[in-house]
Design a protein around this ligand. Sequence first.
Ligand code: G6P
Length: 366
Amino acid sequence: VGAEIGDNAHFLIKEINEQPRTIARALSGRIDERFSTAHLGGLNMTVREAREIKRVTILGCGTACYAGELGAQLIEDLARVPATAEPASEFRYRNPVVDPNTLYVAVSQSGETIDTLAAVQELQRKGGRVIGIVNVVGSTIARQVDGGIYLHAGPEMSVAATKSFTSTVTAFALLALHLGRIRDLAPEQGRRIIAGLQMLPEQVTEILAQSDAIADIAKEIAQSNSVMFVGRRRGWPVAREGAQKLKEVSYVHAEAYPSAELKHGPLALISPEMPTVAVVPDDDLLDKNTSTLSEIKARKGPVVAMAHRELSTDIADRTLVVPRNEPELDPILMSIPLQLLAYHAAVVLGRDVDKPRNLAKSVTVE
Ligand code: G6P
């Protein structure tokens, strides 16, 4: 997980392929099997302080914010604390009410993003407690916060964030487990999540082995002017991040919508010329998700689905079968084919994969 490109064509594919190891590194030394919890030594928070948290507000920019949206759902699901994520750039300009019983979490791969740093400083000025989920050790945000979790994902060289996204969501799963186990979460639920986390590296390897099949789909996607991404609940941040990846590295326009919102406007865009990429886990919302896909197919929109089993061709032209984990952790796995889709589309179109036009790895000036 170093900064050398080796025999890889691009840093982006190198970093996508590193994810079995980077996820394992995010977990390393942090799982406590005996008490079915996570140890997060860097949090600097007593059990009593953790129990007093009434709300969690997560701040970040770009991909870090989408990872935060999944983090918020993990914290609500496992720790039963209300949690939301918001772009740091919006938060800092809206004179937010800073609450002493809210835990603020700043997410940043680089630890240098100006809007995230400014949000942290504003929070601290008003007495807020802020922890960081950061990759770069000793970075400005890492030094500024009151404690946190390092990703240990190694240098991320490609402008488009990939391994830092999956490591951030993994770190949030650990934080949610930790908070859950000192609040409401039963030991067997803790064990279930730990077993799921431990399965991730191997399952990521299985997904990476489908790269060629994904490259085939990417050839078709690359010919489109615009692509719709849909998902619901945990699939919604995955869809947002998938659309972002495609836009930033291939320059193909994409937009993401929560599946059920499609009928409130964007369904008007669906046609044989606009493919949809759908996140369709085999969970309690499967029927709802497949009915959205039927609506798309009725308008002759091509559909590519990320699912846990092959879907019927009436609702999805192509299915990418992703291994099943615990429902809370499935989004980590579902995001990986979307990274590969964006990568292969960018390659087909001959884009500057690691350094897309107009973008910077970290935005340190406004
Ligand atoms: C830039 C990068 C994105 C990244 C965002 C936040 O816009 O191009 O890939 O998600 O900054 O960066 P951070 O280092 O704070 O996670």
